[in-house]
Design a protein around this ligand. Structure first.
Ligand SMILES: *[C@@H]1O[C@H](CO)[C@@H](O)[C@H](O)[C@H]1NC(C)=O
Ligand SMILES: *[C@@H]1O[C@H](CO)[C@@H](O)[C@H](O)[C@H]1NC(C)=O
Ligand SMILES: *[C@@H]1O[C@H](CO)[C@@H](O)[C@H](O)[C@H]1NC(C)=O
Ligand SMILES: *[C@@H]1O[C@H](CO)[C@@H](O)[C@H](O)[C@H]1NC(C)=O
Ligand SMILES: *[C@@H]1O[C@H](CO)[C@@H](O)[C@H](O)[C@H]1NC(C)=O
Ligand SMILES: *[C@@H]1O[C@H](CO)[C@@H](O)[C@H](O)[C@H]1NC(C)=O
Ligand SMILES: *[C@@H]1O[C@H](CO)[C@@H](O)[C@H](O)[C@H]1NC(C)=O
Ligand SMILES: *[C@@H]1O[C@H](CO)[C@@H](O)[C@H](O)[C@H]1NC(C)=O
Ligand SMILES: *[C@@H]1O[C@H](CO)[C@@H](O)[C@H](O)[C@H]1NC(C)=O
Length: 511
């Protein structure tokens, strides 16, 4: 099944499962701009729950016809929202191709010519004409540069070897680290804390926002893709989740002051920190107020806790163990000590909650979601490059990826419900055995599994995979996507967006 027909299925299932449009018409919800509330999104007084896709490259297509046809095809499948990069920063002006902003030696210059922001204008206009919405992302956490010191024969760098055109990879559009480099600084988190960079980024943001603040096609201003303390350049030891939250608060207030029409969203990958100090703590609903009238009681959802994560993980393992026992395939966690097998099952589950929720990813998406000017939350599902839960020995690797993703969807939905705002799965993907060779993770410039990759040691180090069967086959991918969708629906997500529909230019480099 190709991706488009898959998407037909996806949008069909989603619309069957989706709730009926809300009849309540609030003043804000009746606007022709999308608004968000604890009940979800609305536009013109109707609720809006959507299937979407990521087309970060859309404004780099050569001709307007190409842009139109891609949007047309997308729209024909029932997709309502496309998420695209509204940035394209360069360090030197390229000979060909689209670029939006030159960031060089501490100064910035906008390109508003035909190969510059006029391309983005076209995308927004055409989306509007076709009744589509665009989530416009303003920068990226990731912008790795190729390692040019490695010898050419050993180099697997797809960017250094110019084996693919500029802007093919989502991490090749500039972003935070490009500002850091060109402002003569060293650490990734300088992007969040340095005033000169903040001024330059706000300057860029202002020019973009003022171009489209009147367009009903803009779904939201997304502050950054995947923001966090760490990147491929170092971060300083002073960067905490609060550093990243504070930056989002400053930027969200800045955009809100320029544009009262549109939602500001965060764009983080959803990682949280259950036990970190919060800049925007969730205040429990004050108890002295009289209880609401019967039937009006608002379901209050508790924030995710470490205890809950550990408890649920143990319960899931118990069930999988019981199932494996019945099937006669029971495997236990364990280690060999002096030739004897020692079970670590109980200790392992109780040890730590892992990088998705312990703050070690340097971002607390729940704290960011509770910033007053942030309208909805987002998270991503990429189990090939993130570990959402430790492996359960009674599931194979692909099952572990899918199961942990399902838990992650539930956890992300719960956190957003505790804050009282909608949440969108803004990108999901499973790498398959058939696209493994061209798969480039967002923090790399090379395809670690490409058969031409001479640096074989990299494979295990980067992705901890030992064989191709650790990746989904096409059937497992389809089943996985279908289970993400079902779980997303039952968990109450306000939107779900695949990464990405490759309808055009056979962009088979999957990152
Ligand atoms: C909302 O209403 C406006 C004005 O009537 C209309 O132009 C627009 O197409 C509507 N939008 C949607 C999504 O229905
Ligand atoms: C749009 O879809 C048609 C029919 O599937 C296909 O032939 C065409 O190549 C697609 N165009 C683009 C730009 O994706
Ligand atoms: C960078 O800018 C500084 C002043 O801000 C200037 O002294 C220096 O010559 C510039 N370097 C380059 C390579 O243009
Ligand atoms: C703001 O952007 C404009 C247009 O690119 C540029 O001329 C100006 O130098 C920028 N200002 C700052 C402070 O970056
Ligand atoms: C670049 O490649 C060389 C040779 O393969 C290696 O020694 C070096 O550590 C790499 N540098 C980075 C920043 O990855
Ligand atoms: C911000 O970066 C500039 C270099 O671009 C530097 O001169 C300035 O001191 C930095 N500001 C702070 C507060 O560190
Ligand atoms: C890239 O991301 C993977 C998965 O998160 C991680 O294991 C690896 O250390 C990262 N590599 C770099 C160079 O940042
Ligand atoms: C884990 O995955 C297996 C097989 O894919 C499924 O049967 C099982 O219900 C899942 N368990 C949980 C707790 O999601
Ligand atoms: C993030 O960077 C800090 C400081 O360099 C480092 O100690 C930490 O291990 C990094 N975390 C991750 C998840 O890479």
């Amino acid at each position: 099944m190709n991706l488009l027909s898959y998407f037909w299925l996806l949008t069909t299932i989603w619309s069957c499962l989706a709730v009926a449009p809300s009849r309540t018409i609030s003043k804000r919800g009746s606007s022709s701009f999308v608004s968000s509330s604890k009940d979800g999104f609305s536009v013109n007084g109707s609720s809006l729950r959507f299937v979407g896709t990521n087309l970060y490259w859309l404004s780099t297509l050569e001709s307007n016809d190409d842009i139109w046809n891609v949007l047309k095809n997308i729209s024909d499948t029932g997709i309502k929202v496309v998420r695209i990069w509204a940035f394209n920063d360069v360090e030197t002006i390229p000979e060909t191709g689209t670029w939006f902003q030159l960031v060089q030696n501490g100064t910035t210059t906008i390109n508003d010519g035909p190969n510059g922001l006029q391309k983005l204008d076209t995308v927004v206009q055409m989306a509007e004409q076709q009744g589509l919405y665009v989530i416009l992302s303003l920068t990226n956490n990731w912008n790795p540069v190729p390692n040019t010191t490695s010898s050419s024969t050993a180099s697997p760098d797809v960017l250094a070897s110019v084996s693919i055109p500029r802007n093919t990879l989502s991490n090749d559009y500039g972003g935070m680290d490009l500002y850091v480099r060109q402002f003569g600084l060293q650490n990734h988190d300088d992007f969040y804390t340095n005033d000169s960079i903040l001024t330059a980024f706000q300057n860029y943001t202002k020019q973009i926002v003022s171009r489209y603040f009147n367009s009903p096609a803009v779904f939201s201003w997304e502050l950054a893709n995947d923001a966090r303390c760490n990147s491929t350049i170092p971060t300083s030891p002073t960067c905490t989740t609060q550093t990243v939250t504070q930056w989002h608060a400053v930027m969200a207030a800045f955009i809100a002051s320029l544009d009262p029409n549109h939602i500001v969203s965060a764009g983080t990958s959803g990682f949280q920190c259950t036990d970190c100090p919060k800049l925007y703590p969730i205040t429990p609903t004050a108890s002295p107020t009289p209880s609401p009238a019967p039937g009006k009681k608002r379901r209050s959802v508790a924030p995710l806790t470490k205890e809950q994560i550990i408890r649920q993980r143990a319960e899931s393992r118990r069930q999988n163990r019981a199932a494996a026992k019945r099937a006669g395939t029971l495997k236990e966690d364990g280690i060999m000590i002096r030739g004897r097998w020692v079970s670590t099952a109980t200790r392992e589950v109780s040890s730590s909650i892992g990088p998705t929720t312990d703050g070690s990813s340097g971002v607390d998406s729940q704290d960011i979601l509770n910033i007053p000017n942030i309208g909805f939350g987002s998270f991503q599902v990429f189990p090939d490059q993130n570990t959402y839960a430790p492996n359960d020995p009674n599931l194979n690797t692909v099952q572990n990826k899918i199961n942990s993703s399902l838990t992650w969807i539930q956890q992300s939905a719960q956190s957003a419900a505790a804050v009282g705002k909608p949440v969108v799965l803004n990108a999901f993907g499973l790498v398959t055995q058939s696209n493994l060779n061209s798969y480039v993770p967002f923090n790399l410039t090379y395809a670690p599994y490409a058969s031409s990759t001479a640096v074989t040691g990299v494979t295990a180090a980067v992705l901890d995979a030992t064989s191709t069967t650790d990746f989904a086959d096409d059937t497992q991918q389809e089943q996985g996507y279908s289970s993400f969708l079902q779980m997303g629906n039952s968990a109450g997500l306000a939107g779900i967006m695949q990464y990405q529909v490759n309808t055009f230019l056979s962009r088979d480099v999957f990152d």
